[in-house]
Write a protein that binds this ligand. Structure first.
Ligand code: HEC
Length: 400
């Protein structure tokens, strides 16, 4: 129980993003003005694959040298204490000092949980729960450009998948109005975009629960490919504080012994923010990604279903203008729960069933939904669990 929840916490450790700008050289050709670059081309990538990097082969993983220390057995004790005696990895290109404690945790989780953490992430991407986008702006040259702006944002929509198991290229998503927009400045060298260190605020999904937390000293590297649908592959690395993870663990209905156990377990893995006495306040993660070119459109209301010909029992969207506070609340609180516990039976792909995949449908059927979910409590059916916290969250939106 404890560990299956830990794995989901880990699985949710991905998303989009807020950031602080970092430096960028300003040669005459491509001036940096404040934290913007001179205008240039723009390209958006939707992340169609995200995976926590494993150790493969032995001693090798993906990530960054977050702390600037190369920890190995030959180090003096003092420096070993700074990294809490956690050994570093090489990356596939042979760079030393790669910090990715999560690679050590993953095999343990595999042994304890039935589900592969990375498959949980894949599912969240495919059902539209985890639509992370990265936009590069001010590009003059995809091979070499000393000043390129980057924005990390969340999309809304129902993605379509290609036969290669990744999202189809060139899809359009709406900007998630409840997400963060984050901006930083990096550079392209030899077709590789790099940015960091900066603070990356991640949108975290732990099942239907949405959290935000912060990757400190984050770095992002993207290998840009001009040919194949703007395909991008890359790596994200950074440090997560144990304090933030503790905050997430506290949100769960776990006994205090279980909570302490989970935190103690994570504390053993700390390797960053060492106090020199052998206590580390953060631990490092490394994530691999690949993405496809996509487009972001302004938010026009919350139609999250595709129009693939299913019966749409709901009425036309209530409004197509800027989102009302009620709609933002619905996107934030109701939609993640609906995706997890309603839409497998109540979406356009389930013809003849009440379609509950849009905000408009929830507004039009508010009384009926309240009757079934809050009063009778016979929706969702008993086979699809809905805990009290979530039922209360739906009840709060459904109102009186
Ligand atoms: C496993 C499939 C399944 C899931 C999951 C599910 N439902 Fe249902 N739902 C049904 C079926 C089947 C019916 C029609 C039979 C009935 O009324 O009980 C139904 C009926 C309803 C109705 C009444 C529709 C009408 O026209 O009278 C509402 C409202 C409803 N569901 C809301 C929800 C909500 C909200 C959720 C998620 C919190 C949910 N359901 C999850 C299968 C499901």
């Amino acid at each position: 129980m404890l560990f299956s929840r830990s794995s989901v916490i880990a699985a949710g450790l991905l998303g989009t993003v807020g950031a602080l700008a970092m430096g960028c050289s300003s040669p005459e050709k491509n001036q940096r003005v404040g934290d913007t670059c001179t205008p240039g081309a723009s390209q958006t990538t939707i992340l169609s694959r995200l995976a926590f990097a494993r150790e493969n082969p032995k001693g090798v993983t993906a990530g960054f040298d977050i702390d600037g220390l190369v920890s190995d057995a030959n180090q003096p004790d003092e420096s070993k204490l700074l990294t809490c005696k956690q050994g570093d990895y090489l990356d596939a290109e042979g760079r030393p000092g790669i910090d990715n404690q999560l690679a050590k945790l993953l095999p343990l989780l595999d042994g304890i949980t039935a589900a592969d953490v990375n498959l949980i992430i894949k599912g969240a991407i495919e059902n539209g729960q985890l639509l992370s986008t990265i936009t590069l702006d001010g590009i003059d040259n995809l091979k070499d450009d000393p000043c390129v702006e980057v924005r990390f944002r969340s999309g809304l929509g129902t993605p379509t998948m290609g036969t290669d198991g990744e999202l189809d290229p060139n899809q359009t998503f709406e900007l998630d109005p409840t997400g963060d927009e984050t901006h930083a400045v990096g550079a392209i060298k030899n077709g590789v975009f790099e940015v960091g260190p900066f603070n990356l605020t991640l949108l975290v999904y732990v099942f239907a629960e949405k959290f935000k937390f912060h990757l400190k000293g984050a770095r992002v590297r993207l290998v840009l490919d001009e040919n194949e649908h703007g395909r991008v592959t890359g790596v994200i690395g950074g440090g997560v504080t144990l304090e933030e993870l503790n905050g997430i663990i506290q949100e769960f209905d776990l006994g205090s012994a279980e909570k302490d156990g989970a935190l103690g377990f994570l504390r053993l893995l700390g390797d960053l923010d060492g106090d020199g006495q052998g206590t580390c306040k953060s631990f490092s993660i490394g994530v691999t990604l690949s993405g496809r070119r996509a487009y972001l459109a302004p938010f026009t209301g919350a139609p999250v279903a595709t129009t693939d010909g299913g019966t749409d029992a709901g009425p036309a969207p209530v409004d197509a203008g800027p989102a009302s506070p009620d709609e933002l609340d619905w996107i934030d609180k109701v939609l993640p729960i609906a995706r997890e516990t309603c839409l497998q039976c109540h979406a356009v792909t389930a013809p003849g069933r009440l379609n509950l995949s849009t905000y408009g449908a929830w507004v039009a059927n508010r009384a009926l939904i309240k009757q079934r979910v809050v009063v009778l409590q016979n929706m969702p059916p008993a086979t699809v669990p809905l805990n009290e916290t979530r039922r209360a969250r739906l009840a709060a939106w459904l109102g009186n």
